[in-house]
Design a binder for this molecule. Sequence first.
Ligand code: NAD
Length: 292
Amino acid sequence: MTATIIDGKSLSQSIRDDIKKQIADRVARGLNPPGLATILVGDDPASQTYVRNKHRACDDVGIRNISHELPEDTSQEELDALIKKLNDDPEVTGILLQLPLPKHLDEESLLAAIKLTKDVDGFNPINIGRIALRGLAPVFVPCTPAGIMKMLKEYQAPIQGANAVVIGRSNIVGMPVSLLLTKENATVTICHSKTRDLTSITRNADILIAAIGKPEFVSADMVKPGAYVIDVGINSVDDPSRKSGYRLVGDVAFDEVAKVAGAITPVPGGVGPMTIAMLLKNTMRALELAEK
Ligand code: NAD
């Protein structure tokens, strides 16, 4: 069997085209485009790249970038004051605090300080709570989990009643995607670094989500034939054959797993571009909430 490739790049492009058109229509009607404030603290190169990619995506669709780049030694009070200012600024539609923050900062309280209706990353604890509770809907679905759900639905994964296994329980990916799958009536098993006999669990998965952060960790023998495999990992590995000296691989050994799975996301070109498309979509949702 050769798996269907779940093309996150083209799916994300169609979402971006749609948003671009919506914004152009607004502007043609004399209305302001939305504005996304990004806050980057320190000079972590990976975070700089992520923020740069988000800025490019905003530029592409017509969302205004309101960029705040702060030094590594920024204090909790300074950051708190900036978030409050952005919360009250009508020009700012959404606020994105790039993680991870330098160690001396209290991430949790800063995320909680972002106004719920501007929290386009969906990391406010109230948002996560609303995903978990039956009968409640989150204001924003966190971008990576939202992108994963969109890809599964777009490629007709039968979620209801499926055995879904999520490897990883982080606040930004593993835990929220597990909650979303539960909400969609999958039977969900959350695995993590203390899980015993992982393979016996993953081999039962109709839907397998890998969000571990370990290059090519998921091998073919861990995958049920025909399963939907979503690879969230972005890992840099040495590759002397490349000019850069490295290449990006996922948490799944793509070549061997693609021979067993029914459908699989590539890295790059799978979850990554969908995460950015969902950020743009959440910014449009924030605009809708602001204008209600
Ligand atoms: P994290 O480090 O916060 O969490 C990793 C999880 O993996 C933990 O819950 C841990 O228990 C689990 N784990 C570690 N070793 C394990 C093992 N041997 N067996 C089973 N579970 C194990 O990571 P994260 O923030 O969720 O990110 C995971 C990966 O996804 C990283 O590569 C990250 O770069 C990538 N990521 C990609 C996107 C995207 O847009 N594509 C977004 C966020 C994160």
